[in-house]
Ligand binder design. Structure first.
Ligand code: B4P
Length: 197
C-alpha cells in the first residue's frame, strides 16, 4: 500500500488536488471534511454535533473524526493506498492514524504540505463561498478562525511527520496544473524508491 497525507491550511487546494491525484494513482480518497459534510446533509447525530463546531470555524473533536476514519479504513480493505485529505489535523489524530495503519501492516509514505499565504487563502475561500453553499466559507471571521485553528493545532502535525523525514513542502500558489505536476513529481520519486527497496 502507498499512503499519502495531503496537508495544508484551509483553502490551500487539498480537495482540489485530491480529485486529480486519486484518479492518477488509483488511491482511495478519505476527506474528513467531505465525510463530515455528508453526515450533516443526512442529519445524523454525528453531523448535528459536528455542524456546531464547523460553523464556528473550529475543529471537530478528535474522537469523532478518528472514529470516522477507523470505520472508513475497515470498510476499504482491498485498496492500493489511501489519500488522506484534511486528516490528521491534531497530534492525537496523527498518533491514532499511525496505530490504525500499523494494524493494517502499513504506514504513511509521505506528507505533501501545500504552502499558501494567508491573503490568498482568504481570497480563495470567500470566492468559493459565493457558490459552494458552505456556511464556513461565507464569513471572513469564521475563515480567520479556521486559519487560527490550523496555526495552533494543525501545523504542529507536520513536525510529528518531519521527525520521520516524511514531510515535503510544495508551493501551493500557481495554476492547479503546475501544483499537480509538482505533487506528482514527489509521489513518483517515492513510489520508485518504494518499488526498488
Ligand atoms: P475541509 O473540508 O478539509 O476543507 P478546507 O480545509 O476548507 O479546504 P481545502 O483545502 O480542501 O479546499 P481547497 O483548497 O481545495 O475542512 C472543513 C472543516 O471540517 C474544518 O474547518 C473543520 O471544522 C472540519 N474538519 C475536517 N477535517 C477535520 C479533522 N480531521 N479534525 C477536526 N475537524 C475537521 O479549495 C478552496 C478553494 O480554492 C476552492 O474554491 C478552489 O477552487 C480554490 N483553489 C484551489 N486550488 C487553487 C489554485 N491553485 N489557485 C486558485 N484557487 C485555487
Amino acid at each position: 500500500m502507498f499512503n499519502i497525507i495531503l496537508f495544508g491550511p484551509p483553502g490551500s487546494g487539498k480537495g482540489t488536488q485530491s480529485e486529480n491525484l486519486i484518479r492518477k494513482y488509483e488511491l482511495k480518497h478519505l476527506s474528513t471534511g467531505d465525510l463530515l459534510r455528508s453526515e450533516i446533509a443526512n442529519q445524523t447525530p454525528l453531523g448535528i454535533e459536528a455542524k456546531n463546531f464547523m460553523d464556528k470555524g473550529q475543529l471537530v473533536p478528535d474522537e469523532v473524526v478518528i472514529g470516522m476514519i477507523s470505520t472508513a479504513l475497515e470498510t476499504n480493505p482491498q485498496v492500493q493506498g489511501f489519500l488522506f485529505d484534511g486528516f490528521p489535523r491534531t497530534d492525537a489524530q496523527a498518533e491514532a492514524l499511525d496505530k490504525l495503519l500499523q494494524l493494517k501492516k502499513t504506514s504513511i509514505a509521505v506528507m505533501l504540505a501545500l504552502d499558501v499565504s494567508e491573503d490568498e487563502l482568504i481570497k480563495r475561500l470567500l470566492n468559493r463561498g459565493l457558490s459552494s453553499g458552505r456556511s464556513d466559507d461565507i464569513n471572513e471571521t469564521v475563515i480567520r478562525s479556521r486559519i487560527h485553528e490550523y496555526e495552533n493545532k494543525t501545523k504542529p502535525v507536520a513536525d510529528y511527520y518531519a521527525k520521520f523525514g516524511k514531510v515535503v513542502h510544495i508551493n501551493g500558489e500557481g495554476s492547479v496544473d503546475e501544483i499537480f505536476n509538482a505533487l506528482c513529481g514527489e509521489i513518483d520519486r517515492r513510489k520508485y524508491i518504494d518499488i526498488v527497496s
